[in-house]
Design a binder for this molecule. Structure first.
Ligand code: X8Z
Ligand code: ZN
Length: 607
């Protein structure tokens, strides 16, 4: 999967024959190559990759919205062609190594090499095997179901997500958790093979392994990036640990001392989400006694009879209020907003830039809930970003880094404040500021709880790719990391018979995950900067940039840059800062953090 698909990204490009023009061949026969040769080489590569990736996106779109053996086959084939072409171009690009090139051209040479997520080996058989496996793994996830014994209906991940969010019956939660995790089990063997083949491809491109390739996408040496991620985690860890301690205490009150340890990890099935990655669904269990939520967005949306299309329209109008043009008609015609009744699809939400121009689409199975209201804004962030950089040269049509891409829609969603909901007519008046702790708690259950999860997936993947984690240790190392970072434990004993990482979409679909961790930090940094531009003097959680054209223009400026400059330049264009900085998320939640510390006095912290 790849470049234009925002959830799944760069993988792509053509098989075998990457045709060089006669002119190119003549040039390559002479030595040494010049900057003019380099320019011609890149122009040709960009044109070819655009063409191949557009074909691949169409095949992938059909596959993701209609999973069958045939669509999987055709998508794998188109992906393989596109990826192989890029691999080939990346290899050919080495002949310009050491040549002094204009900055843009040098950057494109670099991106040619680093923008792949899944580098295929040169051997055509290995390459075909790899793309087939990856297509099949994503398909297996998309088709995944749990059929509870004694019931006549099988549940898909959307149904199970609802159950995990709503049920407070520990037996039912455990059964659903175990039921869904069985989806990973059959993926183990293919996954191990995928790791081998993808590493083979990465090595042919000069990377130590696929993880090293993934870490090389951040305009800094791969090892520095790993340290940067650790630094950001250390900045936010104290806040997470306070939230964890408080939530554990509340769950212990609810489910009993048998079920929830006083100072150990929280059972992963009690947090309102299959992966315990976001805890907002258990808000009612942990709500501060004296500061209710103020309102329930799910109830409001339902009472207004909002449908899936209506949800997306709300998102769009937020962006247009900032000065962005409305989305093209084709977006509304070609997107998939609801789950079709008659076939398997990949419901996991994603935003597509099919032709890298104006053919923009969303693919999701919208439910009318507050969670999905957030997700719609998240996805539209990708869409508006994609459209904003469409006039860049092909190789620059991507986010400043993948964390930026993931952060834009979430940044906008931080502006869904009570005051904004009043403007929409959803609330007659904003709750009193005394309710802020409740509102901040709700947000923290989504955003702060997510941080260690956002980090650990790739900590696992990086070690798998480097060989530090072998297939024989897949599951136990997964749970060791979940314990270390999240402080959660599986509700039942697991073994190497299971493959729990495969029950998470991004592992099955080969999507690097650090991007979401970065986004969780960046969105607060963006929000702080944008609300300052909008002149908001209130606490960060009360500021919305809705209808603020100045903030919109500054945002657009950054989005239009795409990936044309190193990300610190893009960050500076919006925030004036050149470093990712977790002080913004700490500032945002400062009142809650203080409140949590008070609540946790005398209680165990950590696990
Ligand atoms: O995968 C997504 C988006 C698509 S890019 C729906 N997210 C991560 C996840 O679901 O695990 C958004 C938050 C984290
Ligand atoms: Zn996303």
């Amino acid at each position: 999967m790849f470049k234009n698909l925002h959830v799944a990204i760069p993988g792509l490009f053509l098989m075998g024959v990457v045709s060089m023009s006669n002119a190119d061949q003549k040039i390559s026969a002479q030595s040494p190559p010049t900057a003019t040769d380099a320019d011609a080489f890149i122009k040709n590569a960009e044109a070819r990759l655009l063409e191949l990736n557009t074909v691949a996106s169409r095949a992938d779109w059909v596959k993701a919205t209609y999973i069958t053996d045939d669509t999987e086959f055709l998508a794998a084939q188109a992906d393989e062609r596109a990826i192989a072409a890029q691999v080939e171009f990346a290899k050919q690009a080495t002949r310009f190594d050491g040549l002094k090139l204009p900055a843009d051209l040098a950057r494109k040479m670099m991106l040619l090499k680093t923008s792949l997520v899944m580098p295929t080996p040169a051997d055509p058989q290995a390459s075909a095997e790899l793309t087939k496996i990856v297509s099949g793994l994503e398909g297996a996830y998309g088709k995944g179901k749990w059929c509870p014994p004694g019931k006549d209906k099988c549940l898909d991940i959307e149904d199970i997500t609802r159950l995990m969010a709503q049920s407070r019956d520990p037996n039912e939660l455990r059964d659903a958790w175990v039921g869904w995790h069985a989806v990973g089990k059959p993926m183990r063997k293919d996954f191990a093979r995928f790791v081998e083949l993808s590493n083979q491809g990465a090595r042919e491109l000069g990377f130590k392994d696929t993880g090293a390739l993934w870490r090389s996408k951040y305009d800094m040496p791969a090892d520095d990036f790993a340290r940067e991620v650790d630094r950001l985690w250390e900045q936010v860890r104290p806040l997470y640990v306070q939230l964890h301690a408080y939530v554990r205490w509340k769950l212990r009150e609810r489910y009993g001392a048998q079920a929830v340890p006083a100072n150990g990890p929280i059972p992963a099935d009690l947090l309102g989400n299959m992966w315990a990655q976001s805890w907002e669904n258990i808000y009612p269990l942990v709500a501060p006694a004296d500061a209710g939520p103020g309102y329930d967005l799910t109830e409001i949306l339902k009472s207004r009879n909002t449908d899936a299309l209506g949800m997306v329209r709300y998102g769009e109008q937020f962006f247009t209020s900032l000065g962005f043009a409305p989305l093209p008609q084709s977006f509304w015609e070609r997107s998939m907003f609801t789950k079709p009744r008659d076939r398997d699809v990949v419901c996991h939400a994603s935003a597509w830039h099919v032709d890298f121009d104006q053919d923009l689409r969303l693919k999701m199975c919208i439910d009318i809930t507050s969670d999905y209201f957030q997700t719609v804004h998240h996805e539209l962030g990708h869409t508006f970003y994609q459209r904003a950089y469409r006039q860049q040269p092909y190789l620059f049509r991507d986010g400043a880094n993948d964390g930026f891409h993931e952060a834009i829609g979430d940044t906008i969603a931080l502006s869904i404040t009570p005051q904004y909901l009043v403007k929409l007519g959803f609330l007659s008046q904003a709750p009193d500021p005394s309710k802020d702790i409740g509102l901040l708690m709700q947000k923290a259950l989504a955003k702060v709880a997510f941080l260690p999860f956002g980090l650990l997936i790739d900590q696992w993947q990086w070690k798998v790719f480097s060989g530090e984690i072998t297939p024989a240790q897949y599951n136990r190392s997964w749970w060791a990391l979940r314990l270390k970072y999240q402080g959660v434990a599986p509700p039942v004993e697991r073994s190497e018979d299971d493959f729990d990482p495969g029950a998470k979409y991004h592992v099955a679909a080969n999507v690097p995950y650090t991007r979401y961790f970065l986004a969780a930090i960046l969105q607060f940094q963006f929000h702080r900067a944008l609300t300052q531009i909008a002149g908001c003097k209130d606490p960060l959680n009360r500021c919305s940039i809705y209808e603020n054209k100045e903030a919109g223009a500054r945002l657009a400026k950054m989005l239009e840059m795409g990936e044309s400059r190193p990300w610190p330049d893009a960050l500076e264009a919006l925030t004036g800062q050149r470093q990712m900085d977790a002080t913004a998320i700490r500032d945002y939640f400062a009142p809650l953090e203080k409140w949590l510390e008070e609540q946790n006095l005398g209680k165990p912290i950590g696990w």
